[in-house]
Write a protein that binds this ligand. Structure first.
Ligand code: PEP
Ligand code: MN
Length: 250
């Protein structure tokens, strides 16, 4: 039986519904988040994503706005009555980020950052644990145990693809992790069709497959102007494309 994770009054993950979380890869500006927040609220989406701390491959790439980004989100959240999921990379940032973030995201690169897992495990906030890009399902489940053993059972697992020899896609989405995790654990299972494919044109089929396999939801990257995005533009949907995705999934 899948655990129901209450995010807020009337907002649940794992209650049998298919939850759609959307937002940009990174928080870039107030204007960008204002447009995104207004758009999602209009569509009835309740949880917005956006990275303030970005784990970029190159240290010279945009690293995120940090606290400034979180402050922008505090305004947008309040204005549009949204809940906010965002990645934390460093245990030293947790205290500062705590008041801003409603769901802590642990990124693929940190799935086995055990000190970070223990720290979020000591908090009372839901944690989305993304699959390490080279992690087996067993390793992923044990990473979740690092969180739960500290007392925090509000865990959402997110399949985001693994590295294989295939290079038509950024990662290979391992869809079979959904039924396997459903059998082995009680945690809600999400899919990230954006990082999982790296390709805007594959986000829709990957989302449909996730729903057909009884995932509890998806987390999708969108941007008011994907061509201008500071990160992951090629896998980000425009607002129009996202509306089409919603219509096709409903
Ligand atoms: C993200 O969701 O912003 C992200 C960096 O994804 P992942 O950790 O799965 O690569
Ligand atoms: Mn991204």
């Amino acid at each position: 039986m899948t655990k129901n994770i209450k995010i807020d009054e009337g907002i649940n993950i794992g209650d049998g519904s298919f939850t759609i979380i959307a937002g940009p890869c990174a928080i870039e500006s107030r204007e960008q988040m204002e447009k995104t927040g207004a758009f999602l609220a209009k569509l009835g989406i309740k949880i917005i994503r956006g990275g303030a701390f970005k784990p970029r491959t190159s240290p010279k790439s945009f690293q995120g706005l940090g606290l400034e980004g979180l402050k922008i989100m505090a305004e947008i959240k309040a204005k549009y009555n949204l809940k906010f999921i965002s990645e934390v990379m460093d245990p030293r940032d947790l205290e500062m980020a705590y008041d801003y973030i409603d769901i802590f995201q642990i990124g693929s690169r940190n799935m086995q950052n055990f000190s970070l897992l223990k720290e979020v495990g000591k908090t009372d906030k839901p944690v989305m644990l993304k699959r390490g890009m080279s992690a087996t399902i067993k390793e992923w489940i044990m990473a979740a145990e690092y969180i739960s053993l500290e007392g925090n059972e509000k865990i959402i697992l997110c399949e985001r693809g693994i590295r294989t020899f295939e290079d038509y896609t950024r990662n290979t989405l391992d869809f079979m992790s959904i039924p396997i995790l459903k059998e082995k654990t009680d945690y809600p299972v999400f899919v990230d069709p954006s990082h999982g494919t790296g390709r805007r044109d594959l986000v829709l089929p990957a989302s449909k497959a996730s729903k057909a396999l009884n995932a509890d939801g998806i987390i999708v990257e969108i941007h008011p102007n994907p061509e201008k995005a500071l990160s992951d533009g090629s896998q980000s949907l425009s607002f129009e494309e996202f509306e089409n995705l919603l219509n096709q999934l409903m």
